[in-house]
Design a protein around this ligand. Structure first.
Ligand code: FAD
Length: 441
């Protein structure tokens, strides 16, 4: 650990850029130093922390809201994800009428998350390649084809607008015959996540003060909360923790959340001729209907992006050499789908960690009188991060609402065994998630 803090902020972290690679560098805000007393501190500036800070600032216009992040903006899951802002979550398995309340609750949360982001983007003119109109869910192998049938049944029973697509239609739209069947859900948005995060930071209200490279190393609760970073001490009335799987490093939910390391690659920008071989939709996203399958994007600037590995690596990024090895799996998967583009080189590969719980649930809770926690969105945290962050700010401001009720009513996370059993269990769990992935990888 380069900084000596509990958070890895090494060069490896900084080099793992994903979408940030293609953006101009922004000057980061100075780390927090010294001592301070304040009313509200938000720890973690991903989608959840940014939404929480923004909402606190609106509710408490006369207070300063301190927002601390261990790293530079975008060097997190929020800046490096695949950019599917989901409206309707895909629940594996058959439609179950007994679970209807849960389905509806998650969709209400997704819809409000999308609304929050859409409003921010419009009001602040954020250029982030936001594209409404949904995306594709597709199946190439037996197990995913079964999921496809179940998902179509689910969408029909829930009255969700969608179109079922056969292999020929998929080829026409996406330029690949690899998928045998798919479904396009009409709601949801595609986005360049790094541009979105940067835009959200730029449009934070003036009473939010953001400090980067300011890892909180300890939290001591009492009638007030004392936070310590390497060079600072902050005493706060209320603290909102939105630091994803890294809450465990602060001793919070450490037997309930872990980090899973994902890898992906981006091609170079393709030529017009290459792009024409990709069907008649100019920019799209495809999610596999197998939980362990690939996610693919054709980006607005004409790159293919793929992510198709997820492994337990002690909640850390991969080394450059391991990431490069994973790049070969990305290459194979792209060649399978688009043999016509096998000569289109990758510009770079990256790894990134997401917060996962055994039963794929979220965290939204109040610990003691003044510590509030949201996070762990299990690979679906763009819409959810935004809405849970907003709800957390309202909860910490003593409000009550249907939104807060929905967040509180999400099922609790199941317990995970401590190390060394955690590693064994986590690797087993990830292997199970990839079982039967076949051609969907
Ligand atoms: C490769 C990949 C692809 C994904 N694709 C999608 C997708 O297409 N759609 C989707 O909805 N979701 C996707 N996800 C999941 C989604 O990115 C996350 O769920 C979401 O970004 C989490 O947001 P967050 O604000 O909770 O956490 P993060 O974005 O992880 O932010 C947490 C922040 O807390 C900071 N922090 C941690 N500890 C401390 C500390 N002690 N002190 C100070 N700061 C601290 C970190 O530096 C970090 O910036 C993907 C994730 C990955 C990794």
């Amino acid at each position: 650990m380069a900084t000596g803090s509990i958070i890895d902020n090494s060069q490896l972290q900084k080099d793992n850029k994903s979408w940030l690679q293609f953006l101009s560098r922004r000057k980061s805000n100075a780390p927090f130093q010294g001592e301070k007393r304040c009313k509200f501190v938000v720890v973690g500036a991903g989608f959840a922390g940014l939404a929480a800070a923004k909402r606190l600032a609106e509710l408490h216009p006369n207070d300063e809201i301190l927002l601390l992040d261990a790293r530079e903006i975008g060097q997190n899951a929020s800046g490096r994800n695949s950019g599917f802002a989901v409206a309707h979550s895909h629940f594996p398995g058959r439609f179950d009428a007994k679970l209807i309340k849960g389905y509806e609750r998650i969709d209400r949360l997704n819809a409000q998350g999308l609304d929050i982001l859409r409003t921010e983007i419009i009001n602040n003119n954020i250029d982030c390649d936001w594209q409404e109109g949904g995306f594709y869910h597709a199946a190439a192998d037996k197990s995913a084809l079964r999921s496809c049938t179940e998902f179509i049944d689910y969408l029909t029973k829930r009255g969700v607008r969608h179109q079922v697509l056969n292999q020929d239609e998929l080829q026409k739209q996406l330029g690949t015959r690899w998928y045998k069947e798919g479904v396009k859900v009409n709601d949801g948005a595609l986005v360049n996540p790094a541009k979105l995060v940067k835009g959200l930071v730029k449009s934070l209200p003036s009473n939010v003060t953001l400090h980067e490279n300011s890892a909180v190393d300890s939290i001591a609760s009492g009638s007030q909360i004392t936070l310590r970073t390497q060079n600072a001490k902050i005493i706060a009335d209320k603290v909102l923790l939105s630091c994803n799987y890294e809450m465990a490093k602060l001793g919070i939910n450490k037997h309930k959340i872990m980090g899973v390391t994902l890898t992906g690659s981006f091609t170079r920008v393709m030529s017009e001729r290459e792009l024409r071989s990709l069907g008649n939709v100019r920019s799209w996203g495809v999610m596999s209907l197998h939980g362990g399958g690939a996610t693919l994007r054709l980006t607005r600037d004409g790159r293919l992006a793929i992510r198709n590995t997820a492994e337990y690596n002690r909640s850390d990024l991969f080394s450059a050499s391991k990431t490069k090895e994973r790049g070969q799996l990305h290459r194979q998967a792209l060649n399978n789908r688009f043999p016509q583009l096998k000569d289109v080189e990758f510009e770079h590969s990256y790894s990134c960690v997401e917060g996962v719980s055994v039963n794929k649930t979220n965290f939204f809770e109040k610990l003691g009188d003044n510590l509030f926690v949201a996070g762990g969105f299990n690979g679906s945290g763009i819409s959810k991060g935004a809405v849970f962050g907003k709800a957390l700010a309202e909860y910490a401001s003593d409000q009550t609402s249907e939104l807060i009720g929905d967040c509180l009513n999400c099922p609790g996370a199941l317990w995970m065994p401590p190390s060394p059993f955690l590693g064994v269990g986590a690797r087993f769990m990830m292997r199970q998630r990839f079982k039967g992935v076949g051609k969907d990888r």
